[in-house]
Write a protein that binds this ligand. Structure first.
Ligand code: GLP
Length: 226
């Protein structure tokens, strides 16, 4: 794992945006796996700036996500689809028909999970070109929380906030490159455990140690226990 530590959240966000920009320069029609949450908001803001400067285009890019919330209209403010519109698509030249998420209106969540898995495994190169991840303070990635066993493939997840369709760890690890962002002291222990000397499903992010191309971008507080 390559670990880079930045003085500020803004610098970390800029570095993440630069990696995505470089990916899109090399391969404009990249398949990018994204993550929602608060961590990548700065990265999306930097990408919007880079777009306005003419440094990046999303016109040919394909965007995917780690999960989608169920039981809601597609553009409900709680869906990941609406999140990606708010933070990125509404401000750049990306295309809604290239934003590929599980269907928030699907009734049969198992069938919808299988459909999304099929989409991800039948990509032109057989995998996402790049997956951006955040990390939970319990070291979960995507919606895969610490457990004796983890789901390898797309699956329904139940939370207090509702039902979701979520990518499994196997599919996440299949991505060609992985970029993980973490900021703030509340993530410091999870970051230390992720990079520690044990790989265990009780620390889902530690499975990233099995991947050949992982870049971890941290601000100073998130790196404070390394
Ligand atoms: C949720 C998401 C994860 C995200 C995590 C951290 O569980 N499913 O993909 O990494 O929260 O969120 P935040 O960036 O808001 O701290």
């Amino acid at each position: 794992m390559k670990i880079r530590v930045y003085d500020t959240y803004e610098q970390m966000s800029r570095a993440a945006a630069d990696l995505i920009t470089a990916q899109l320069l090399i391969k404009p029609n990249s398949r990018l796996g994204l993550t929602a949450g608060s961590t990548p908001i700065g990265m999306f803001a930097e990408l919007v700036k880079l777009y306005r400067e003419g440094s990046v285009s999303f016109n040919e890019a394909w965007l995917y996500n780690l999960e989608e919330k169920s039981g809601l209209p597609r553009m409900d403010e709680q869906t990941c689809r609406s999140y990606f519109h708010r933070h990125l698509l509404d401000h750049v030249d990306g295309r809604d028909d290239h934003l590929i998420l599980p269907d928030s209106q699907a009734i049969d969540l198992k069938a919808e999970s299988a459909r999304y898995e099929e989409i991800l495994t039948s990509l032109p190169d057989g995998r996402l070109d790049m997956q951006v991840l955040g990390i939970g303070s319990d070291a979960h990635i995507g919606m895969n929380r610490p457990n004796q066993t983890l789901e390898p493939r797309c699956h329904p997840e139940s939370r207090e906030s509702g039902m979701y369709i979520a990518m499994g760890v196997g599919t996440i690890l299949q991505s060609e490159r992985i970029v993980l962002l973490a900021n703030g002291e509340s993530k410091a222990q999870a970051v230390a455990d992720m990079c520690g000397n044990k790989i265990t499903t009780m620390v889902p992010a530690s499975l990233l140690q099995l991947h050949a191309d992982v870049t971890i971008l941290l601000d100073k507080p998130a790196a404070s226990k390394l």
